[in-house]
Write a protein that binds this ligand. Structure first.
Ligand SMILES: [Zn+2]
Ligand SMILES: [Zn+2]
Length: 171
């Protein structure tokens, strides 16, 4: 998404764009990226508030199946002309530096980065994914195999408890 500076008035300016991976090169993207941005002019700076919606194809860590995940991200941005940029003066807000003589604001790198950061480190197709049978390897979300996994060994029970605790702490 690119917005021409000449299209930004002093009031609230609404922009929408639909981008494909041809414009914003993101791995695993399904369909398009929908971006809505409100831009305000503030002296020589710009304030942008917006929202990005997109879907990614991820791979479940538990059952190893691919799944689709929808994302809906709000953002706040300050766009600062290069000559006014002072890195000691940046608080919290994310920003885009506007190169001298730019005629437009290019949001594409920001959008790409936002999507990349949103990819979860732990990927799970659903909260209660049953995973794979450790004996036959079948996906237990879809197949009922005859393998009962009864842990007779008390050491396994202990292990299970520890694992459960770790999982609870993670969630
Ligand atoms: Zn899964
Ligand atoms: Zn099995």
């Amino acid at each position: 998404m690119k917005i021409k500076l000449s299209n930004i008035s002093n009031n609230e300016n609404k922009f929408n764009s639909i981008d494909s991976s041809a414009t914003i090169d993101v791995k695993n993207l399904i369909g398009n990226i929908h971006t809505k941005i409100l831009v305000y002019r503030l002296n020589e700076r710009f304030i942008a508030r917006g929202n990005i919606k997109y879907s990614l194809e991820l791979t479940c860590d538990v059952c190893l199946e691919k799944y689709n995940a929808d994302f809906d991200k709000d953002f706040n941005l300050v766009i600062i002309p290069e000559n006014l940029f002072d890195k000691n003066n940046i608080i919290n807000d994310e920003f885009i530096i506007l190169k001298n003589n730019s005629i437009e604001i290019d949001f594409n790198d920001f959008i790409k980065e936002t999507i990349q950061i949103s990819i979860p480190i732990k990927q799970k197709c659903k909260p209660d994914c049953k995973g794979l049978c450790p004996i036959c390897g079948k996906n237990k979300n879809y197949y009922e195999c005859s393998h009962k996994f009864i842990n007779i060994d008390p050491r396994f029970e202990k292990l299970k408890e520890i694992r459960k605790k770790i999982n609870e702490e993670r969630n």
